[in-house]
Design a protein around this ligand. Sequence first.
Ligand code: ADP
Ligand code: MG
Length: 727
Amino acid sequence: MSIIRFNALQETLNRKPIKIVASEKRSSLFGNNVFNKNAMQQYLSSAAYESVMDAIVHGKRIDRKIADQVAVSMKDWAMSKGATHYTHWFQPLTGATAEKHDAFFDTVNGGLPVEKFDGEQLVQQEPDASSFPNGGIRNTFEARGYTAWDPTSPAFVYETTLCIPTIFVSYTGEALDNKTPLLRALQAVDTAATAVCRYFDKNVSKVNATLGWEQEYFLIDEALALSRPDILLTGRTLLGHSPAKGQQLDDHYFGTIPARAMSFMQDLEQECMLLGIPVKTRHNEVAPNQFELAPIFEEANLAVDHNSLLMDVMEKVSKRHHFKVLFHEKPFKGINGSGKHNNWSLCSDKGVNLLSPGKTPMKNLQFLTFFVNTIKAVSKNQELLRASIASASNDYRLGANEAPPAIMSVFIGSQLSAVLDELENVTKGKLSPQEKTDLKLNIIGKIPEILLDNTDRNRTSPFAFTGNKFEFRAVGSWSNCATPMTVLNTIVAQQLKEFKIEVDQLIEVKNLKKDEAVFNVLREYIKASKKIRFEGDGYGDAWEKEAKKLGLSNNKTTPAALKVKTSKAVIDLYEDMEVMSKVEIEARYEIELEAYTKKIQIESRVLADISRNHVVPTAIIYQNTLLENTKNLKEIFGENFKNIAKEQIELIMVISNHITEINALVNKMTQERKNANRHSGLKSAELYCNQVKPFFEEIRYHCDKLETMVDDNLWPLTKYRELLFTR
Ligand code: ADP
Ligand code: MG
């Protein structure tokens, strides 16, 4: 066994779980390090408190004097929690989070040391952020970008730093981050949904989108993970033969959580409590060493921030426990990958979940309105929704017979399918009294109040209704939820806006009653979006064929999926909803293509390195042993050695063959990479996707074959068996 592999295994086997002592009840820890309503009430004057609340609820501006007050109080509060520094915490287009820490410490009046933090520092900062991706925005416009306080997501103290959630925009106002478009999309859906809600309840004045994500991840021992150059540099294994035992026994799912993983989770959960992340569920996932963590759902902006924060905290806590967290969607071949289900709904300021059926026919009509409009929005914008979850890493998971396919479809269960089928037959125009009664009593009246427990579950659907929310399941475990949430809320906003216009027209022009108008429009929507509804097995080949016939899109790769993002329809959509301008859209497209190209480029280089510098030399060493052995046999047995050393000779030839293939394939791949590098943008991404990437599987095939032949003592790379089953 190679020294690295041997040492890594030794280190792993000697580890003990760290004992986590819970000092207090979880509920008394919750939000302790968050500048939330409680803390604000304690630290702010009532005028300042009112002003911040006004900003949170109504988006009102906070004036400079008040901002100064808030800053001082925030600093005092943060220092009471041990903070010495502050940072504007933001989400640049790398998909990760960014922070630059400044000390409260300062000197005034020629050297007097003090702790200082004022309104200006709270509200706006100008990080020297020229290295963040900007898709050319800051070259063509202004060189500077700045961060601005987002009061709707509360500040928090992590370790010794006060973190202030901010948006990141260019000097001319273009979004350079994930949060800005999300906030605009949430505004759009609020406006559109509130207007529609008022058909049913005049008192509604705000609608919030809600998000409950479910984060899947792998935990691999740090020493084992670091012994693999591919995990270290790409977050996944590029090689590795399947172990004799994988997940075929299904013995990991919901099984007992291994002791070290459990101690990591307890530690993590305590950190989450302090940070106000309402984590609730933890369990083993399907694959060995794969787990899931889910919180109670929250308002979407906060939930997105909390997921980004969680991923950061997981990395930090895992180090204490000598684990490496893998967020990659497909870290291991032949074993389930990881997703991040996004459970989404809309909730009015009267506390009503708009996607939850109610007790009365009226409540159910409201439910059906939002339900059908969402389906229509997905149907119309399936390609954009697919694009919102496209990434180099998620491509390895989507459609891999374990994850939703790249075809977007909506699952709603048999009960609701029956309701929609009935509604399709509602008479056009005015309804007879008989029909009205029938609708109320027998169709929408029959939607059970609690669908939650009796909706059939279909795990293979990318977008499923689960009783009181939709669950977008195609989102990747590594992605920032902001992107799919921006798209989903934008398309639903536009759909609801259109719906309102159509209903109003029927009321005014055709003189229909409100309910009649609503039924009339819904009927047309149900018809128009019928093909997106699919109740069968989304993993099967039959669906792929069927979907093609129906004309549903099936963009399997990121370069193919992203194209729609700059189509006229999408630009019109974003501009109409005031979520993004053409410049912002095009910048993002460019950034995403580049990220894709770079990821595949890195994987290709790492694979070339490992196969040439680790696998081939090891195979040669083993082959030399075989040659030596054969030579010795010849010396002793003379010409008869051919019979005696038959296996060895055969193996020598097979190894030679694999080595030859690996070298030839790596050379060809390198050529293709060189060619792709001569291009940029879409062309380069497409070449990486279609000309470079196909070599990965071919090269891997030969390397994995060698793994099964070469003496285990010589093999340099930690094996799947060790990565997945050493705890
Ligand atoms: P699973 O998908 O594992 O079977 P569930 O379907 O019960 O689990 O999903 C639970 C998730 O849905 C939780 O993370 C929860 O926070 C979220 N959720 C529940 N209600 C809502 C809602 N109204 N809006 C958004 N998310 C919700
Ligand atoms: Mg789920």
